[in-house]
Write a protein that binds this ligand. Structure first.
Ligand code: GLC
Length: 535
């Protein structure tokens, strides 16, 4: 029997939705979102049509980096709920036919994690080697020139034991020594703990940081550094990240996942394409999906985006499944980067490219970055480099559900202020509006889920210029789709070279287009995009 080309694994044909738990839904009035809150919003997510929810960290943490500093990998922070709240959430998510993914943060722990407390307690503690300890240089200086992503150098002096420890992020986030087999085993057990509880997969935090150069060689200077950039970018992280041995570690993680049915992992990796695709692993034994952040990092320019899509399609390993991302909790929101109108075009792009899309909560209602006054900034990245406007708070503000006080997010004072316009821009209002972003997202998701060509079909580039991108999605035996996007604000013209390109507009950024038959020449307004069912 021939394999059914429309059948793929859930994480290939599905759509992932990232929840930043602090900001999704509060249930107990402390102004911070929590698991019981998320539970009450599952119907919304299932109506939206997404497949899997990824939760940013929900584990016990001193919250120096809002949960990315974990002090217990096998518990739930009381801010978010309890283990039984978690079990209830897993059951409810599965009950609706959806999947649940957790954030795994294996590169570093909190400095309050018992492992680190032990490790720092003395030089001969059995866990000393679980972290990266180094003597000072003879003149007392730090072991090398490595910088912290959050500003300053990456070494912290420990007075009692007279050594430095390495932290790629905050000094409250010491890096684990992944060359130590005990560390490896401990973290693989963390994975097993959650997999046994029914979790469907992990988003692995800073995967490309996990192994560092054994000789701790100095990083070279970045010749392209400019003063507005984060101080970290003064050096090229040649020796502190993306070391060849990291792939063995990823393979071990994959091995654990393979011992459970249909589980998966996504790696958070900010690297150029040719380095990124190495994380699929030799013979596909690495990450199921190394996050593809090109739509986050490239300028929003038609030719560059079109080239990036084609390059990515070109360098993927044979069995490597693609994926696309427009936003996450570390980056400015898409609406703030490209504008409200263009964000609709971006939605068409995200949901019609070949590969698994990840949607960042709130982007489906076009939430914008919220300006957070200086005295309210909470993100350590913003606080540590105050003159560079690098705070990630603006893209982490509470979800805008309705026009009631605090947008229906919380009965208490939200931990971050809300957008001023939440009474107008919210789920409840957009749900009824055929022209809203939410309606566009819902319909695009529905079409994608219904049409095998869009869900799992091939990608065929058709055309691009300084304004437009056009491509076809097709799967034998199913309707083909032509996607035509105007990434500029000016009108643009598409002229098909192939006269067989006739069809009917299925979905458009301006719903007025829908149902319109189109053929060889199509004139588009600025900020307009069409999904055309070819006939
Ligand atoms: C990842 C997370 C980010 C966090 C950092 C350190 O990049 O996405 O939010 O600050 O890792 O854990």
């Amino acid at each position: 029997m021939e394999a059914d080309a429309t059948k793929h694994l859930w994480w290939q044909e599905g759509i992932i939705y990232q929840i930043y738990p602090r900001s999704f839904q509060d249930s107990n009035g402390d102004g911070i979102g929590d698991l019981p809150g998320i539970l009450t919003r599952l119907d919304y997510l299932s109506e939206l049509g997404i497949t899997a929810i990824w939760l940013s960290p929900i584990f016990p943490s001193p919250m120096a980096d809002f949960g990315y500093d974990i002090s217990d990998y096998q518990g739930i922070s009381p801010l978010f709920g309890t283990l039984s709240d978690f079990d209830a959430l897993v059951a409810a998510v599965h009950g609706r036919g959806m999947k649940l993914m957790l954030d795994l943060v294996p590169n570093h722990t909190s400095d309050q994690h018992p492992w680190f407390l032990e490790s720092r307690s003395s030089r001969d503690n059995p866990k000393r080697d679980w972290y990266i300890w180094q003597d000072a240089l003879p003149d007392g200086a730090v072991p090398n020139n490595w910088l912290s992503m959050f500003g300053g150098n990456a070494w912290e002096w420990d007075e009692p034991t007279q050594q430095y420890y390495y932290h790629a992020f905050l000094k409250e986030q010491p890096d684990l020594n992944w060359r130590n087999p005990e560390v490896q085993e401990a973290m693989l057990n963390v994975m097993r703990f959650w997999l046994d509880r029914g979790v469907d997969g992990f988003r692995v935090d800073v995967m490309w940081h996990m192994i560092k150069d054994e000789m701790l060689r100095d990083n070279p200077v970045n010749p392209n550094y400019q003063p507005h950039m984060a101080t970290y970018e003064q050096l090229l992280p040649v020796y502190s990240t993306d070391q060849p041995d990291v792939h063995d570690v990823v393979m071990q993680m994959r091995h654990v996942l393979n011992s459970y049915p249909e589980r998966m992992m996504i790696g958070e990796i900010y690297l150029p394409l040719h380095q990124l695709v190495a994380y699929y692993g030799v013979d596909g034994k690495g990450a199921h999906l190394p996050f593809n952040f090109q739509l986050l990092t490239l300028p929003w320019e038609a030719r560059q985006i079109a080239a990036a899509v084609d390059q990515y399609e070109g360098v993927l390993p044979v069995d490597g499944w693609p994926n696309w991302v427009l936003g996450n909790h570390d980056q400015p929101r898409i609406t703030s980067r490209v504008g409200k109108e263009q964000a609709r075009v971006a939605a068409l792009l995200l949901l019609t490219l070949r590969g698994t899309p990840t949607i960042y909560y709130g982007d489906e209602i076009g939430m914008r970055d919220v300006p957070i006054p200086f005295e309210e900034v909470q993100d350590p990245q913003g606080l540590n480099m105050p003159d560079k406007n690098l705070s990630r708070d603006p893209s982490r503000t509470p979800m805008q559900w309705n026009k009631s006080p605090n947008a229906g997010f919380s009965e208490g004072k939200p931990w971050l202020r809300l957008a001023r316009d939440f009474a107008r821009e919210n789920v409840e209002r957009q749900k009824e509006d055929p022209y809203s972003m939410l309606t566009l997202y819902r319909r695009l998701i529905k079409l994608r889920q219904q049409e095998p060509s869009l869900r799992v079909g091939d990608y065929v580039p058709v055309y691009s210029d300084t304004q437009l991108i056009a491509y076809i999605r097709q799967l034998e035996g199913h309707p083909r789709f032509l996607i035509l996007l105007n990434l500029s604000h000016r009108p643009g013209y598409f002229k098909a070279k192939d006269s067989s390109l006739t069809g009917v507009v299925a979905i458009a950024t301006s719903p007025d287009w829908e149902g319109t038959p189109v053929n060889d020449t199509i004139s588009l307004s600025g900020d307009e995009g069409l999904v055309i069912r070819l006939t």
